[in-house]
Design a protein around this ligand. Sequence first.
Ligand SMILES: C[S@@+](CC[C@H](N)C(=O)[O-])C[C@H]1O[C@@H](n2cnc3c(N)ncnc32)[C@H](O)[C@@H]1O
Length: 286
Amino acid sequence: MKALAWLCRSAALSCAVLALHTLPGTTGPAGAAEEVPFITTPDRVALAMLEIANVDASDTLIDLGSGDGRIVILAAKRFGARGLGVEIVPDLVRQSVLNAQRAGVESRVEFREQDLFKADLSQATVITMYLLPEVNLELRPSLLGLQAGTRIVSHDWDMGEWRPDRTVTIPVSEKAVGMDKFSRVHLWVVPAQIHGLWCGQGRARGAALRVTQDFQRFSARLGGVAEIEGFDGRIDAAVLHAGSQGEIQMQQRGDRLLMIRSEGRYAALDGVAFARTTAGGCERKP
Ligand SMILES: C[S@@+](CC[C@H](N)C(=O)[O-])C[C@H]1O[C@@H](n2cnc3c(N)ncnc32)[C@H](O)[C@@H]1O
């Protein structure tokens, strides 16, 4: 069943049996172990995954469903990164430990027998995965909750409406599954979570910035600042870019949004800070 599922998806075929097996409500963390088979990422693709994320020695990488450990080991050996492999099959965990010793990187890597849905991802600066589309989607809320700027890389499968920031296609003539002889590598950079109401501080007291977020895009409506109604833009890690000429840059620092650049018709916002509020509105200036 596992191999059939993988083949159906990789070949983009319509498989009735797979459709039945993946009806809503039939998949979930408990079923994940049965649904994601062990299929290795080819070395060239593993390298592309690390390169697209710009992995270096300062990174802590977690591979979710780490198989024989190859991605974690490559990240340590080639880029000096620290790594953790989370894998549910005990034999693969043992194999990964041996492979790390053979590669001479055992001091920089760890392999844990664990369900990937229960793994603590908070220390990761990079997360890699070669799973299945519905498993990616199930992980999506946890991944979006990670620190802004965390890089997520997925081999072949995307994350639905959370569009990748970048995708590369790599020819793989020896691809073991499916009819496609290429792999896709997708990169996402976790955007700051800024949805909600932010109140102006200091001289901007009384200004209300209401932000609607759609993954890396946002739309901000501004009340209480003359002649500026709002702006739409893009979130790049913790920095917001907006304005048709890029006149606005804001940075999220904890519960504050700081205007770090505001030019042209947005000049009135220069240096303004907004604080997140759960209240229904922002207090007006006396
Ligand atoms: C397609 S393989 C990818 C292996 C490796 N990451 C690579 O790219 O070469 C998916 C791996 O996820 C593991 N896996 C499946 N479900 C899991 C779960 N719930 N928790 C941890 N690992 C899981 C499988 O045993 C398998 O080794």
